[in-house]
Design a protein around this ligand. Structure first.
Ligand code: PLP
Length: 394
């Protein structure tokens, strides 16, 4: 029998897997399942990005690059920060990684010692706790309450800070809630972090997907002190519909970036060269497609939101960004006789043929997550089926 490492034995498998596997199985049996589990835009990567990647290969750019990424790509990222967020970075403060997920992984490995605490607001993106644990760290959860739009308050943060606290994660817009922190909320959180010398990990991967009158604010842009106290995580996956290319980056303290680069040099060597050339084009070229994708998401959201909250027992804050709806369905479970949301989601799949992700994996057991990164036609049909499912059990 193979003896596995302790660190993988305690890894929690992705909560999305069970439902996704079941959905696939039903699909293979010929059932008409609608999957709302996807965490990626359903658009193809813009053509000029694909063309630039192909051209780079034809020109012979098929070798290793520096571990922290191509200087030309870092330059585009520096420009992007300056233009979009008014934050000035030196290229030495940037590392390009194999997706934003790997930027986070490398960060925790470079920053945490055994027993160090990282504050993770709930609901959270599933990989944060596992990555912290893999680095020997301890996740400390604070509840982003529904009545506070699933966001944490400075008071909550203060009371969660201990001598062992090294960092807090802020994900705005949030996966799974779609909520955004305002400038004044970030100022208040920033003040606490500066006072207690807690590193702010600002995951801004959904920065470009913001709707209505909402506006994305980066905590690092609020003052020079906060820039020093923050490490920004971002990438092209969601903004440019490039999930498969695996290009993300981190921006922050030079010493920390250097340590992360050292780690990368012994693990990945560098992010895929071709994907880096594509990403240069993503930032240097036209951003028109981004606007079009954003508008398509917003149109879908506005079309199905009212229909979703019309389902008996469903309540849902209207998302301000990202591409997920995160309704509280505890009342619907009660009305239809399900013991918990996991069972409700399972029945929704088996009986109504709609695959959603139960909130338990995000630290929010009263909710389900629906992705609207799928066609409007399928979304409308899915919501119709969910409504019918609940009505039939009242
Ligand atoms: N952070 C959040 C909140 C995400 O939802 C995701 C992807 O689902 C990532 C980071 C990782 O993105 P990438 O595809 O660049 O690794």
């Amino acid at each position: 029998e193979i003896q596995l490492a302790q660190r993988v034995k305690t890894l929690t498998p992705s909560s999305t897997l069970a439902i996704t596997a079941k959905a696939k199985e039903l699909k293979a049996q010929g059932f008409d399942v609608i999957g709302l589990g996807a965490g990626e835009p359903d658009f193809n990567t813009p053509q000029h990005i694909i063309d630039a990647a192909i051209q780079s290969m034809n020109e012979g750019h098929t070798k290793y690059t520096p571990s922290a990424g191509l200087p030309a790509l870092k330059k585009e990222i520096v420009n992007k920060f300056a233009q979009d967020q008014g934050i000035t970075y030196d290229p030495s403060e940037i590392i390009v990684t194999n997706g934003a997920k790997h930027a986070l992984y490398t960060l925790f490995q470079a920053f945490l010692n055994e027993g160090d605490e990282v504050i993770i607001p709930t609901p959270y993106w599933v990989s944060y706790p596992e990555q912290v644990k893999l680095a020997g760290g301890l996740p400390v959860y604070i509840e982003g309450k529904e009545e506070n739009d699933y966001k944490i308050t400075p008071e909550q943060l203060t009371s969660a800070i201990s001598k062992k606290t090294k960092a807090v994660i802020i994900n705005s817009p949030s996966n799974p809630t779609g909520m955004l922190y305002s400038q004044s909320e970030l100022e208040a959180i920033g003040e606490v972090c500066l006072k207690h010398e807690v590193l702010i990990i600002s995951d801004e991967i959904y920065e470009k997907l913001v709707y209505g009158n909402n506006r994305h604010v980066s905590i690092a842009g609020l003052s020079p002190e906060l820039k020093e106290q923050t490490i920004i995580i971002n990438g092209v996956s969601k903004s440019h519909s490039m999930t498969g290319w695996r290009i993300g980056y981190a921006a922050g303290n030079k010493e920390l970036i250097k340590a992360m680069t050292n780690l990368a040099s012994h693990s990945t060597s560098n992010p895929t060269t071709t994907a880096q050339y594509g990403s240069i084009a993503a930032y240097a070229g036209s951003q028109k497609m981004l606007q079009e994708m954003r508008e398509a998401f917003e149109h879908r959201l506005n079309t199905i939101y009212e229909k979703l909250i019309a389902i008996p027992g469903f309540t849902c804050l209207k998302p301000q960004g990202a591409f997920y709806l995160f309704p509280n369905v505890s009342k619907a479970c009660e009305l239809t006789g399900f013991a918990n949301v996991d069972d409700f989601s399972q029945a929704l799949l088996e009986e109504a043929m709609v695959a959603v992700i139960p909130g338990s994996g995000f630290g929010a057991p009263n909710n389900i997550r629906l992705s609207y990164a799928t066609s409007l036609e399928l979304l409308e049909e899915a919501v119709r089926r969910m409504h019918e499912f609940v009505e039939s059990k009242l």
